[in-house]
Design a protein around this ligand. Structure first.
Ligand code: ZN
Length: 205
């Protein structure tokens, strides 16, 4: 996404950022509210979109690129085998016209009955698990232009937004796995956490 700065210059090219992995403390930090959409925030939004597409994710939270902020980006268009619905002002809306979504200070209200489905996370490479969440939600947020957003959604979009908004509050999908799934992944999770922490310790030296 090209973001143009207030002084009229085109923004520098969006960059692919490093995605932090499980074991990095920023993933457990609650994001600060964004009170002003500065050029730095717009730049971060552009870089986060670039990063999400580079790694073929359907969503990315600011914590995953090292910033504890209430900011996430989502784009479910590529996941054609997992449908979503979107409703704005009580009317069905065309998904493609509202992607990617940039959600700043999002508030999610659960609506539908719980549904179970598979999830992965760019901060947990090769780790997947079934997670049960409300099947549809109402979302209120502002976008990167400061415009208020309010919509209802279901399917993959509802799942992705709930996963990302959890990140903004320091909650990870492994926290929502049932004990059996979590137990089966325990060794892999421990290995990932140890590797991340060892890499962080090396960086500090
Ligand atoms: Zn995630």
């Amino acid at each position: 996404m090209a973001v143009v700065l207030a002084d009229g210059r085109g923004a520098p090219a969006d960059m692919v950022l490093e995605v932090v992995q499980y074991g990095h403390p920023v993933l457990r930090q609650k994001g600060a509210r964004i009170e002003q959409i500065t050029p730095e925030i717009q730049r971060l939004v552009g870089d986060m979109l670039e990063t999400m597409y580079e790694y073929e994710g359907v969503g990315l939270a600011a914590q995953q690129v090292g910033h504890a902020l209430q900011l996430t980006v989502v784009d479910v268009r590529a996941a054609t085998d997992r449908p979503s619905t979107l409703e704005i002002n009580g009317q069905p809306a065309a998904l493609e016209q509202h992607m990617p979504m940039v959600l700043i200070n999002p508030v999610v209200t659960p609506l539908g009955a719980p549904e179970t489905g598979p999830e992965g996370c760019l901060s947990f490479p090769e780790i997947y698990g079934d997670i049960t969440r409300p099947g549809s939600v109402e979302v209120e947020a502002i976008n990167h232009e400061g415009q208020p957003l309010k919509f209802r959604c279901s399917g993959l979009l509802a799942r992705a937004i709930q996963h990302e908004v959890d990140h903004l509050n320091g909650i990870l999908f492994i926290d929502r796995m049932d004990w059996k799934t979590r137990e089966n992944l325990q060794a892999e999770l421990e290995q990932l956490r140890a590797a991340t922490q060892a890499a962080l310790a090396r960086k500090k030296k």
